[in-house]
Design a protein around this ligand. Structure first.
Ligand SMILES: *Cc1c(COP(=O)(O)O)cnc(C)c1O
Length: 441
């Protein structure tokens, strides 16, 4: 299994029939598929930014074929019939093809934001009366989507702690259709054993008819396909907020669902009818600047995360440091197994979470964050992650404020918890700012 995963850094260039050349992920994400009938941009080193809402159709019959084929892309490499931006569009399609390959999936459907992607993934699988088992430690808006909106459609969610797979097993009901989690979890950096969760799903599905099966959905935003490819572990759908690591510069929003072909038609139909399409202008920026530099940026951010994690772990004013790369992380062994670049190198992610030592109220955590907001040169108080700038935030009162105090406690989101999402600055400069901030805290 490990050897198989180490060999994922071999993306075929498909420079035409008979071309068997293979390249690494970093090269592939710059050049993509060299030649394809799906668009004719082979004379453009940079793909053009297509921004046509509607498309000229050569004949009524060709237009008819476009409508008929929509959502069911032909297996073979044939020229698509573009009709209208909300249905399908070439710049977005290039991004989708590259992303599908990066995550090791057959298809990718992009959306206007990560939340639009999550809504669509759940939307195509669920109907009233169905049930979700979700990790309690999740992105605040995902929690809000499940508890505020899906409940109105009689779709209930049981939240539990996914660090122990038997909790997931205990929460499964006959109506359960979706198992949903983030790993590493936001913000605690706890991990879900993807192989174990998929084995549980297989065991349950073995006794169920096809329309009652359970699907495993993993939000891979924190890891990005550089660090982890959930589909390799058998997950049904990997979801990305493209806004974060993949866009990488904090300039554009986007989301994506990457999965097998069996979900393709439903996802594209859902996107067409609910309308949350990714703007081609954003798709272009994410493709040209984001995806092509992903491996370079993430590699650098991981190096920084290691250095800062070690600094924080040795600081007297800091309690726990949660980074899957640290041997002190309770699930370090799982991280070593699951978080690997396509080259096979250890890739434990670009964020860390830590707790300041406090006596009672989280005064020190607040003081450090507010110091950073006013005086730090290279640490910015802001939500989001996967940016070129290093961002700091207090999940309990910011990103995870939607979780009630009880849910936060269950999710081990501490009032003195601080999340750092690394940018591309020099690690020593980030450490100097933290040192200064901690000195006064
Ligand atoms: C940001 C984020 C989302 C939502 O993505 P948007 O692009 O902001 O809609 C979902 N999941 C995780 C883990 C995120 O960090």
């Amino acid at each position: 299994m490990a050897d198989e995963k180490a060999n994922k850094d071999a993306y075929s260039t498909t420079g035409g029939p008979g071309d068997s050349r293979k390249v690494g992920m970093s090269t592939f994400l710059i050049h993509g598929t060299a030649q394809t009938a799906r668009w004719d941009f082979s004379h453009h080193p940079v793909p053009p930014l297509s921004s046509s809402v509607t498309y000229r159709l050569d004949s009524a019959e060709r237009g008819g074929r476009g409508f008929l084929e929509f959502g069911r892309r032909p297996e073979e490499d044939t020229q698509p019939v573009y009709i209208y931006d909300r249905l399908d569009e070439p710049t977005r399609s290039i991004l989708e093809d590259d992303l599908a390959r990066a995550e090791g999936g057959e298809v990718c459907c992009t959306f206007s934001t990560g939340m639009a992607a999550i809504s669509a993934a759940l939307g195509v699988l669920l109907k009233p009366g169905d049930h979700i088992v979700a990790y309690g430690t999740i992105y605040g808006c995902t929690y809000s989507l499940l508890t505020r909106w899906l409940t109105r459609l009689q779709i209930a969610t049981t939240f539990c702690d996914f660090t122990e797979v038997q909790n997931v097993r205990a929460a499964i009901r006959p109506e359960t259709r979706v198992i949903y989690a983030e790993t590493p979890a936001n913000p605690t950096m706890e991990m879900v054993d993807l192989g174990a969760v998929c084995a549980l799903r297989d065991e349950i599905n073995a006794t169920r008819p096809a329309d009652q099966r359970v699907h495993v959905l993993i939000d891979n935003t924190f890891a990005s396909p550089y660090c982890q490819r959930p589909l390799e572990w058998g997950v049904d759908m990997a979801i990305e907020s493209l806004t974060k690591n993949i866009c990488g510069f904090g300039t554009d929003m986007g989301g994506a669902v990457i999965c097998g072909r069996r979900y393709e038609e439903a996802l594209f139909m859902y996107r067409k009818d609910f309308g949350g399409v990714l703007s081609p202008k954003s798709a272009w920026a994410i493709l040209v600047y984001g995806l092509s530099t992903l491996t370079l940026r993430v590699k650098r951010q991981i190096q920084t995360a290691f250095k800062v994690a070690q600094f924080l772990e040795g600081h007297p004013k800091i309690g726990k440091v949660h980074y899957p790369g640290l041997p002190s992380h309770p699930q370090h062994a799982l991280a070593l197994k699951q978080m690997r670049s396509t080259l096979g190198t250890f890739a434990p992610g670009t964020l860390l979470y830590f707790e300041t030592r406090e006596e009672g109220e989280p005064a020190r955590a607040r003081s450090l964050i507010n110091w950073a907001a006013k005086h730090s040169y290279c640490i910015t108080l802001a939500v989001s992650l996967g940016n070129i700038r290093t961002l700091i935030e207090a999940p309990g009162i910011m990103t995870h404020a939607a979780l009630p105090p009880e849910a936060q406690k269950q999710g081990r989101i501490a009032p003195n918890g601080i999340r750092l999402a690394f940018g591309l600055e020099k690690a020593e400069d980030i450490i100097r700012d933290l040192e200064e901030g901690l000195a006064q805290a």
